[in-house]
Every structure is written in structure tokens, then in C-alpha cells.
Write a protein that binds this ligand. Structure first.
Ligand code: NAP
Ligand code: ZN
Length: 351
């Protein structure tokens, strides 16, 4: 199937139109027309090759909402016309203990990422959702629940599940004290979801500019991470802190905020961090952990939870040809709080 989208052609060049092929449907494949695609900071990291594993051209985008246009002969759960979603993974072995548990993100053979991965059968590089169509294995397709606004739901597929999964892993519920470092795409979803689960929520931000937003998103307060006195007063006050900062940084200011047995879970920076003092870790029996996206079962649970609780990301809709400007603004943390591309703005003449 011929399709078109926007690709990065190199780490230093802007994204530009790109025409490419999607595979012919296998028996267990679903083909979608993409309606909306969220813009994740990982898209920017990948376009710029910040992590060193990008290939070019590469089509980013792993927050995908679309409509089924065709299904393979063995597909049972979807048919043409259904509204569905695709997140950060498009395949895994489906056989190992982790896949059997529905934790495909932890597949022993490694999951296949929506972009930046290689097809398990042909070895071809995968291409993401900044495009008109995608072909994906049925097992990696999510059902959009009735009543969830399609134009706003896309960021749930990465920003949503990446923050929902640690909230569930660490058993957040009423009475939990949750901190969120960085109020961006992931951060604002962490706030909404933790509030939805009944937690007491604090945003830790570099400036107080986002205080009104933090409160409007449902947080109980904003703690200025650059204010040592306020940070000192907040010591031992958190059960779980979710760190979404997308660059190398230090954890020393944050670790004393955890209560005994509290956990700081990193979902942001991929790569080295500043040196960490073990003193607050040992003295307070505190933990540092990491967490990657979430499994398909848990992603479906999240979509259903958001539909039931009416939790939606705060989105700024853009046209496909505004993507380079959106990347620049994201780098300056000038997005409230997720860009979503309206794929109707992508025309074939452009490609
Ligand atoms: P984003 O929308 O750009 O938000 C990041 C936030 O971090 C900013 O809004 C800002 O909040 C804070 N920040 C930015 N630059 C900073 C700096 N130099 N120092 C301190 N704080 C800074 O990004 P995102 O889409 O939420 O993604 C966040 C990170 O998660 C990225 O690295 C992304 O690749 C990663 N990610 C990981 C997974 C996973 O599976 N674990 C999944 C998706 C994304 P304030 O202005 O409030 O300080
Ligand atoms: Zn993402």
C-alpha cells in the first residue's frame, strides 16, 4: 500500500514530506487511516538522533488514533469503520512470560517499536504515525471506547500509558502522595491520572509560571524545584515521584522528598544522569526505578478508565506542515500540554 507522511531525513534537517510503502496485509493485520497523531518528546529525540539509534528517513509518531479501512483474513476483533488506536509498539514475540502476562513492552525478545524498530518478519524499518495510513498486527490495536473524544485521545497512547503504568505498578490510590517532575506532555497526564485515581498530587516545576495550570489540571499544589527552602519543607512527604524531565539532570534535590520505602520512577531521560548521592537512598530506604510505556492490556484499561472518568489530554491541534515549529516550541517547553496533528491537514499533493 502506497502512503505518505512527514519524515526526518537526518538529525539536523527539518521534517519534510515523504512517500513510502506500507506492507500488504498479513492474515492477522489491520490497516488504518490515521485521523490524529500526538507529538511526543520521543519523536523529537528520534528525529534528532539524541539516542543514537535513529535511521533515515524516519517517520515519527506513536500516539495514533484512526479508523479501520481493511482487515486480514484471520482478524476477528475489528472490522472496517471501527475507531481504533496504536501506541508505541506494533509487535512482540507473544510467547514469552512477559508477553503472556500482557506486558509486551517487556518482551524477552524486545518489542517492535512503532517507529525506530524493525519488522519481525521482513526486518524492514518501522515507520510511525505522522502519515496517512498504518498497518499493524491485530494484537497491537486498541479499541477506542465510545464517548472518548477522538480528536483529543491520541496522547493517551504514549503520554497517558507511560504515566498510568507506574501509577498502577506502585499501587497509587486514595491517600497516596504523588509528585510529578516536569509539567509537559507526560507530566500533565500523570497529574490528571493520579488525581483520577484519588491521590494527593504535587507538581514539581522549575518555575511558578505553571502554577495556575497545575491547579487547573487537578493538582493540589505546585512545588518550585528551584526553591531549596520549599523543597526542604517537603522532605519525606511523597510515596511516589514520577520524573518526566527529558534531559540529563540530578536526582539529589528530589530523593529526600520520598518517604521511607518511597520510589522515584524515571520515565524521562534515556541515557546517563548526573552522579547520585547514595546517602538519602540508604538513610531513608528510598528507591530509584524506571518504567517503559505499558502493555496492551493496561493501555486498553487506561482508555476505558479515561472514557469512564472523562479524562482527556489538553491538546493544541496543529496541521502536519506545522510540525517543525511544534518541535521548536516543545524544546522550549512551550506547549500546553500536547500537540496533536490533524491528519486531515496532510494532503497527497504535498507528498
Ligand atoms: P515535554 O512535553 O517536552 O515535557 C517535558 C517537561 O520537562 C517540560 O514541560 C518541563 O517542565 C521539563 N523540562 C524540560 N526541559 C527541562 C530541563 N532542561 N530541565 C528540567 N526540566 C525540564 O516532554 P514529554 O513528551 O512529556 O516527554 C518527557 C520525556 O519522557 C522525554 O524524554 C521522552 O522521550 C520520555 N518518554 C519516555 C517514555 C517511556 O516509555 N518511559 C515514553 C514517552 C516519553 P517544567 O517546565 O514544568 O519544568
Ligand atoms: Zn512517546
Amino acid at each position: 500500500m502506497n502512503t505518505f507522511g512527514y519524515a526526518a531525513y537526518g538529525p539536523d534537517s527539518p521534517l519534510a514530506p515523504y512517500t513510502f510503502e506500507r506492507r500488504e496485509l498479513r492474515p492477522d493485520d489491520v490497516a488504518l487511516e490515521i485521523l490524529y497523531c500526538g507529538v511526543c518528546h520521543s519523536d523529537l529525540h528520534t528525529a534528532r538522533n539524541d539516542w543514537g539509534w535513529s535511521y533515515y528517513p524516519i517517520v515519527p509518531g506513536h500516539e495514533i488514533v484512526g479508523r479501520v479501512i481493511e482487515v486480514g483474513s484471520e482478524v476477528t476483533r475489528y472490522r472496517a469503520g471501527d475507531h481504533v488506536a496504536v501506541g508505541c509498539m506494533v509487535d512482540s514475540c507473544q510467547e514469552c512470560d512477559q508477553c503472556q502476562k500482557g506486558e509486551e513492552q517487556l518482551c524477552r525478545e524486545g518489542n517492535v517499536q512503532t517507529y525506530g524498530g524493525h519488522d519481525r518478519i521482513t526486518g524492514e524499518p518501522t515507520q510511525g504515525g505522522y502519515s496517512k495510513h498504518i498497518v499493524v498486527r491485530e494484537a497491537f490495536c486498541l479499541r477506542m471506547p465510545e464517548g472518548l473524544d477522538l480528536s483529543k485521545a491520541a496522547p493517551l497512547l504514549c503520554a497517558g500509558i507511560t504515566t498510568y503504568s507506574p501509577l498502577r505498578t506502585w499501587g497509587v490510590g486514595p491517600g497516596s502522595r504523588v509528585g510529578v517532575i516536569g509539567l509537559g506532555g507526560l507530566g500533565h497526564m500523570a497529574v490528571k491520572l493520579a488525581v483520577g485515581l484519588g491521590a494527593d498530587v504535587t507538581v514539581l516545576s522549575r518555575s511558578s509560571n505553571k502554577e495556575a495550570d497545575a491547579l487547573a489540571l487537578g493538582a493540589d499544589r505546585l512545588l518550585l524545584s528551584s526553591d531549596p527552602e520549599a523543597m526542604g519543607k517537603a522532605a519525606s512527604g511523597f510515596d511516589l515521584i514520577i520524573d518526566t524531565v527529558p534531559v540529563k539532570h540530578g536526582l539529589d534535590p528530589y530523593l529526600p522528598l520520598l518517604d521511607v520505602d518511597g520510589t522515584l520512577v524515571i520515565v524521562g531521560q534515556v541515557g546517563p544522569m548526573d552522579e547520585v548521592s547514595t546517602v538519602p537512598l540508604l538513610l531513608g530506604r528510598r528507591r530509584v526505578a524506571g518504567s517503559p510505556i505499558g502493555g496492551i492490556r493496561e493501555t486498553q484499561e487506561l482508555l476505558d478508565f479515561c472514557a469512564k472518568k472523562n479524562i482527556l489530554p489538553d491538546c493544541e491541534m496543529i496541521r502536519m506542515d506545522q510540525i517543525n515549529e511544534a518541535f521548536e516550541r516543545m524544546e522550549k517547553a512551550d506547549v500546553r500540554y500536547r500537540f496533536v496533528i490533524d491528519m486531515a491537514s496532510l494532503s497527497s499533493e504535498e507528498a
